[in-house]
Ligand binder design. Sequence first.
Ligand SMILES: Nc1ncnc2c1ncn2[C@@H]1O[C@H](COP(=O)(O)OP(=O)(O)O)[C@@H](O)[C@H]1O
Ligand SMILES: [Mg+2]
Length: 371
Amino acid sequence: MIAEMDVAAFCRQSHVLIVAGKGGVGKTTVAAALARATARCGLRTLIIELEASSGLAAAFGQSHGLSYHESSLELGGPGGPNSGERADPGAEGPGRTEGSGQGEIRGRVLTPDDALLDYLADHGLRRVSKRLMSSGAAEVISTAVPGVRDILVLGKVKQLERTETADVIIIDAPAAGHAITFLTSAAGLLDSARGGPVRSQASEVVEMLSDPSRCQVILVTLPEETPINEAVETAYKLEDRVGISLGPVVVNGLYPHLEGLDVDPLAVAGAAGITLAGGQAEAMREAAVFRGRRQQLQSEQVRRLAEALPLPQITLPYLFTTSIGVAQSAMLADALVEGIRALPEPGPDGYGGQLPDLAFTGPVSPGDLGP
Ligand SMILES: Nc1ncnc2c1ncn2[C@@H]1O[C@H](COP(=O)(O)OP(=O)(O)O)[C@@H](O)[C@H]1O
Ligand SMILES: [Mg+2]
């Protein structure tokens, strides 16, 4: 029997989990599923959205988006109302740790402007901050120095991490290109700022980002060429420039493997005593060829990712649905938990310590990887 990764141990590995990847690959969807997985282990979970979208709230059955103030997305306790999980505490659901009930999931938005106001208020400048906001000066300050907006946000995340307000904090990060800037700007500011509050803030942020017990990045990608290239590039840049710990890569949207795509529709219908109407057999054949081709392309891309990026993968199925609601989000959490169970044990520096140094020199094209 293969050793199983303990799901609760995985979820407890780092205090902050940053979900990053190219726009549209499913970061928000995966962040929601991950929150369900950590909450199922009994952990109090806080999701922070950096770019407000209604996708996250929808995955918890809420029609209105999140706000700056924390709100409960799902209550704790066995099953929890609205959780999409079975309410029977004895149920052998995936990820359920015996006796540990469901942790509450809370959510909030965090923008640089909010973070600046908080920073000023924390430093006894609440009255100033009101005037700054109404005069539009806050915007000027936070955009004056490159990287300051990112430091404000990450500084706030670091503060939340320190207050133990949640057992796990999940960050729904900005799209890949911006995620690199976002996560590397603290290190950049450390080089340029000589002293003062910006430098100390940057140094504390870098400390958090480079400590695997406090923070790790979970990259999300689709099994497609461009998102995979971006994921590989992002992984190496983050390791190299910030020394940030990388968790497993989540490959989202994998078509479930269908058997029997190569059967002849006419023959099968005939054997079952069914007469197909004109064009039906041909339409079925075309659909089967299309699906088979998609499956094949996807597995080629997954293989390419494995060769280009030596991180363990967790795959999530493509769900044939128009939107991700509570039920779909819970299904993806099941798949995530299953994937976590199958992971190898991480090293002391997470999985990223396994990345070969500076092996990455540019986007990988399929031709680079041999036959
Ligand atoms: N596994 C999946 N199956 C089906 N649809 C998905 C899946 N993951 C994400 N989606 C859909 O894809 C779109 C993009 O996902 P989203 O999580 O918003 O991506 P991102 O946050 O990276 O921009 C959304 O419409 C979402 O509902
Ligand atoms: Mg998103």
